[in-house]
Every structure is written in C-alpha cells, then in structure tokens.
Write a protein that binds this ligand. Sequence first.
Ligand SMILES: *Cc1c(COP(=O)(O)O)cnc(C)c1O
Length: 442
Amino acid sequence: MKNEHKHELFEQYPQLNELAKKATVLWENTNWMKNPETTLFTMAEVDDAEATLQRFSSYLKVAFPELLESDGLIESTIKEIPAMKSAIEQAYDVAIPGQLLLKCDHALPISGSIKARGGIYEVLKHAERLALASGRLKEVDDYAILATEEFQSFFQQYTIAVGSTGNLGLSIGIMGKKLGFNVVVHMSSDAKEWKKALLREKGATVIEYEADYSVAVEQGRQEAEQDPKCHFIDDENSKDLFAGYAVAAKRLKEQLERTNISVDEAHPLFVYLPCGVGGGPGGVAYGLKEIYGEHVHIFFAEPVASPCMTIGLMTGLHDAISVEDIGLDNRTEADGLAVGRASKFVGKVMETYISGCYTVSDEELFTSLGLAMESEGLFLEPSAHAGMYGAIRLLQQGQSYLEKNALVNHLPQATHLVWATGGSMVPPTMRAAYLAKAEEFN
Ligand SMILES: *Cc1c(COP(=O)(O)O)cnc(C)c1O
C-alpha cells in the first residue's frame, strides 16, 4: 500500500491510530444489520455440510473410537463458567450482567480446536468426491467401508496440501492421513514445534517457512497447482471450510434449546469469537445470524499485533490492507490468530453480519489463561482466551452499540458465549510453560 493512501486512511478512520499503537479497542460495525443477506453464500451449503458429516459418521466411529460416544459426530458441549465470570469481574473491576457460557471447541474430538469442524469437513468432502467418481463408493453405502485397505490405497494416489499457522494443518493432517492421503502442510513461522512434530509422527510432510502465514499459504497454493492430483485447502478462500464451520451454528441452536436458554428480544445472545484469517469465526457468525437475526450480536477478537479483520472491515479494503500497512508486526503468542491479512471472501460476507471487532493484548491472554486455570481448572491455548474479553470490552467501550440497539435493559437476561477455539491437544510441557508465563501476569 502506498504511503499517501495510508495517510488518507488514518484521517478517514481515526481508530487506526489507536490500533497502530496496539491499544485495546472495540470497533463498532456501523454497517451491521438486523437481518442481513448475502449473495456470496447460502444456508443450503451448510445443510449439505451437515448431511455430509452425517454420512461419514459411521466411518468416523471406526476411524476414531473416541467418537463412539457421540455416534460419529464431531461436536463439543456448552457450559456455564461462573467461577471464571467472578474471577474476571474481580480482576477487571467490572460487573458482567447475564450469564457467561463457554463453547468448548477446545475439546473437539480428533484435533482439539475449531479447525476440527471446517478442516475435517473439507477433507471428508474431497474424499467423498474422489471415491464417488471412482465408482468405488455410492452415497447409499455404509461409509465405514472407507476404513478398509482398498480405500486406503486408493486415496494414497492423491495429495492434500494446506498452509497454516498450526491448528488447521493439524486437523487436515490427522484426518487426511487417517484416510490414506498424502498430506503436505506448509507451516508459518508462528507454528509451534509440537504441532509440527505431531504431524510428522502421523506421516504428514511438514514444510517450514521463516515467513508468516500468508507466505505459507501462497507457497502451498503454488506448489499444489503443479500437481493435478493435489487438492489445496485454501484457508483464505474456501467455501467448504466456511460451510463446515457454520454447521456449529445449527448444533448450537439445539444445545441452547436443550439447556432452556432463550434467545429473543428480551434475551440477547452475545458471541465472542477469536479471529485469524476469518473462516472459523466467519462461518459460525454467518450461521448464527441466519438463525437468530437481530437477537444475536457477534464480535470477533484479535491480538493487538494482528487485527487484520478489524482493519479490513473498518476500511472496507479487506485483503488489500495488512497489519504491516499500519505499522504492526503480526507477532503474538496467540499463534492461531497470527494472520496479517484477512480473507476477502469472509470479510465481504461479514460486512453486515457482525456487530464489531475488538483487540486484546498478549498480557491479557495470559492473565485470562491463569484465571481460567485457577477458577475453573480450565486450560485453553492463548488464542482461545481472546474471546474471554468480549463482555468487558462491550461493557466498557461498546456503550453506544448497546444504547443504539436498545440492549441496555436486557443485559441482566443476556447470554455471553465465549467461543473456546483450542487447547486440549497442547502437550503437558507446553501447558506448564504457558501457565508459568501466566503467573508473571497475575
Ligand atoms: C484458527 C484458529 C482461530 C481462528 O480461525 P480463523 O479461521 O483463522 O479465523 C481461532 N482460535 C484458534 C485456536 C485457531 O486455531
């Protein structure tokens, strides 16, 4: 981006100055709509994803016995976290009206992060397409046959490639290798050693880059283009990933109903989603808005060093602006969120869907990490703690949003849902290191 353009942008969007200084801000989306529409995506694609996952349930039970209990569904629970709520209220001297819920995607089976939704879905959909086209599989078959030797060697002719900061690679790698595919994961410099080691142990090829996520993705895309038998999972543009993530919204609706949690005018639902390139939180946000319309209020959470979706939406430039353009270095301990340039596809859909974005500092992430362990015995990876600050930011910096949308009086009946996006796969030694670091901030 040219310097003279930057100057104009900072004048036009003064909040960029605060973001450039790594301040913790809440940006309110003035294009937010009660019942938005988009031409870029449909709920039918989400229904298809749900049906595909259902067809694969018998296979998944054979491939991953941990899924026997859920009858082959990859799903997480919701739970109240009252002790964490008190801990946050005390630590930050705020009262949070309403209840605080956690969506436990950190404990999703198979790969322990939100990527177990979109990532695994895209691998399964691709496998199904190949198997159907070969005549080896019919839609009416019991998909458990995909676990047989015949299919293993069939999939061995094909490669799946992906660029990742870590968790997407992990999901694609574990699922792809289980089916028999060759898997190549292009890892950014942020990716943690243990994630690379685990992938290699599973038989995936891991290619490491000194550069950040965007470069890893671009290299992966280029290499995959040379090979007609290679499918590239494009974290920046994939509608399949998005559809897989969005399935969570339909399932959440059922979970809230089962636990008698209402979502209506008198009971607003606030959802706080950690955001990297945008696909995971975007898919969930899309689905939830389609279901709940004006009664759901969705905020994306980003590290102060990597607010790519915030600046993309604020300026309307989407992937034409990067965090480096405003002088930020994209360096954060929240490895899953270390993305400098947001997905244009997701940003475009989100223009009228999300209520806003906010930023969190690494110190806050570690403070929350310590508080969650102390209060609830709950461990989440640093990225996932970005969601914990949603209620605080909204109450302290989102007054105009609350007033404009007549939410103030309904806050005592509100539900704040923090989307816990990852953590259960973090090995004990890393956990201990994170907790030690958290001690420094508490
Ligand atoms: C990937 C990831 C996110 C964000 O998802 P995007 O699709 O990159 O926006 C959030 N939290 C964790 C732990 C992740 O791994």
